[in-house]
Every structure is written in C-alpha cells, then in structure tokens.
Design a protein around this ligand. Sequence first.
Ligand SMILES: [Fe+2]
Length: 325
Amino acid sequence: MTPQVSLDSYVEALDRAMRASRDKRASHGGVQELLREFATDPAVLKEILRRHLANPKNMNSRHYPVLSIPIARTASIELLANCWIPLPDSATNLSTKAIHHHGEMLLSTATAFGPGYEHWMFKTPQYDANHDIYDLELLERKVHAVGNVAFVDSRTAHVPFYPPSLTITIVLWTTSSPTTWRDHLKRRPALQRNSESLRELLKRVGLARALDLKIVEHFDFTPTSSGFRILKDRWEFPQGPNADYLASLFSVLQATKNEDLLSIIKTQATNPMVQDQALVMSLSSDLEAGRSIGARLSAGHTGAAHANFTAEMVEAALRSRKVPS
Ligand SMILES: [Fe+2]
C-alpha cells in the first residue's frame, strides 16, 4: 500500500467507525488500536507532512504554542497532527495551558513521535458555591509516550505539560452525540469558507448551539492556594509570527528525518503565494546541509500565570480541597 492510500484508508476507517454507532464513546474505545497504528506508522506521518507542504498557503501560517497540522475533516471526525514544541531550556515542569475541558466534545490522542509530555486528567470539576471555587480530583498523571493512546471524555478536565523535546500527537475529535444532518451541513464548503463570519452570525441569532458549532464556553481552570478558580473568559495564547512557524515546521521535518520532502518545499520557495520566500529558501538550505533548526515558541507563548504553572502548584490546589473548612 502506498503511503497516500494508507493515510486515506486510515481516515476512512476512523470515519466509518464513528459513523457506524450512535455511541461515540464506545466508538472511541473501539478505534484505540487503529489510532495507535495510524500514529506510529512513519509512512503516514510523512504523507501528512507531504500534503501539508504541498499547499503554498500553509507556508504563510502562524502558530500557537502547539503547531497544528490538519489531516482530515468530515461530518463525523476531525484529525490533526499536533506538534508540541519544547521550552528553550527543555524544562518539563510547566503546564502548556490552563487546566481545561472541551465541553461535549470527545478526544482521543495518540503519540506519534518524541518523548511525550506529562498528561494530567481530572474528574469533571465540581463547583463549591460556599467558597466560589472548583474542586478537582486527579484521575491520572502519566507520560503520554509514543504509542500511548489517551481518551479524554466530555467535561473531563486535563492539562498537558511541556515535553523535554519535540513531540507529535495524532488527535481525533468528535462530538459526543451521534452524527446528524447538522454535521453534514457544517461540512458544506460555503460554511467552511465563511466559517468565522457565519459562526458569529449564527451565534447572534442563537442557531450556533442548535448546529453544535464548537461554541466555546468557560472551561479553563487555574490552581490557587485554596483550590481551582475558573477563568471567566476563554483565553488563548496569541499566534506567533510566520518566521517562528516556518522555523518550527522545518524543525519538525528535520527531527522526523523527512528531508526527502525538500523537493516539494523548493517548488514553494518560488511560489508567488508564499509570503516569505527568502526564509523558506534559507531554511531549505539549512535542512539540506544538515544544519540544526530549532522549533520556536514565540513572544507571549509562555509566562501567562493562569496558564503556565508547575506540578507543585496543582498539587497544592488539590491538597487544599481535602482540608475541611
Ligand atoms: Fe485539551
């Protein structure tokens, strides 16, 4: 099987599994082995990268602390390759984002490459109105290493810490409810093309929830000395400049030994749609010559007190809720 056929058949198998049953949780359980196989097949990762590089528009992207490469989107599933960039000093005792849950969405994640990051999962947060604080209980704390598959249920709070070096996960998103005509409607090209403005319009007229358009509610938590506080507004890191995205993308190619994809990149370096052709050219030379290319977090990607905290801070917040007051 060619890598191209192989990638498509994995996507089709995952999509079919998610469409086959009304019980999406059971379906996630049923595809864990398939997702592990998919994530650890180097030919598949190469094909994901090849398709990403083949679109010149992707050379103009920017990234959050995690560089996300889309793989496929159907009415039932969304698949992404998430590239977790390490801190410059390789420190691991720092959360990559606030503790959060994804509302009614379901997520399975399989580590494809790298040492993995430490992943903490908690039970659904319980509100303590007397103290205006949330109680969290730790379910699991483990390294999400290559080949590991983790399922994050709806309303299950979790937080990934920084990995010691570049780590790539394959992520499968679905809703928790059965696929309906609404999901097919959401995948229509017009809705995709104008998704931002249309989402805003639908939100205003109250239709967004009916269409289950991944409307973000208040799902972020941060540890304090007396428990966990909810963040009133959903908060996201800013996107970094395109130069940091390109350096990070090329470092992914280098770390995963996909230098043979250079021929595709070279055609992009002269494509008028590519904004920074000079940088694409110079990074291509570095990749070709074997000069080390570092992935880059950007200004504003760390140092947010409510989103970047240590394991000890979470432990202290967990302990504080066990003391009766
Ligand atoms: Fe998450």
